[in-house]
Design a protein around this ligand. Sequence first.
Ligand SMILES: [Zn+2]
Length: 306
Amino acid sequence: MNAFIALIVLAALPLMAVQASYGCDDTFTVWQLPSQSRNQMNSYVMQTTGGKVIVIDGGNTEDADYLKTFLRARGNHVAMWFISHTHYDHVNALTAILKDPGQLKIDHIYASLLSDQWMSKYGLAEEQEPQTLDNFKKAAQAAHMEITDLELGQVLKLDGVTIGILGVSNPEIVENGVNNSSVVMRVWDHYKSILFPGDLGVEGGEKILHGQYKDQLKSDFVQMAHHGQNGVDKAFYQVVAPRYCLWPTPQWLWDNDMGGGKGTGPWVTQEVKSWMDELGVKKNYYQFDGLQRIQCIPRQSAEPGK
Ligand SMILES: [Zn+2]
């Protein structure tokens, strides 16, 4: 009997070793932060296994205090801060933090800004576009922080994490111009990959699909463009072929609720969700469910229907 048990244990050992090699404590962590107002916003924090912190966007002015507290708990030191584009729901939290950083240290800020000339010609005053860019640049200048211009195809590395810049500002696209000038970045290590297209629209997405970085889009996770609707089109997501979706989407936008209940708005979030279902996405992470922390790739969906 004892020999029989020993045989079973021995037979199980190689299997256990294989399982251990699929552990995921040696990959970076990403958090999708919840909005601190009713507005839509985009805010992601990543931490490498060595503790280095990367931020993408940060949200509205109302999100600055929450973000500062979040970053304080992770060492008060940001190695790389990326701004996808200078709409207020992406950059204003950083603008507020630059004005009042407390003990927070930021090594580098990266962006691909449209020029002041572009803004004065095409920027929409009713969307606060020229003003938001100006406020950000002035806050960075007053804080003696340089905004480093990203280049198409640039590759940055930090502590085992690689960041590839697959899209930068597109000043020739004036339709939905600021969104279509979103930086598109792919973040990956040996274990997982995440594509962050910011608020990229159809035109900016088509430019990438027709360019030399199309083959680099495929990723395990995707941040849903423009808060989950009215961003890149289905063909773009088909090339990304994500298994997991990060939705920087408030409840009202998910519900398409303008105030009169579900389905009363002009937003097409549920149509985009149906594309993701068609693509066989296994799990969705929703901003309106609160703070989301992702490190391992889930073995199977906890909530397959959601
Ligand atoms: Zn946005």
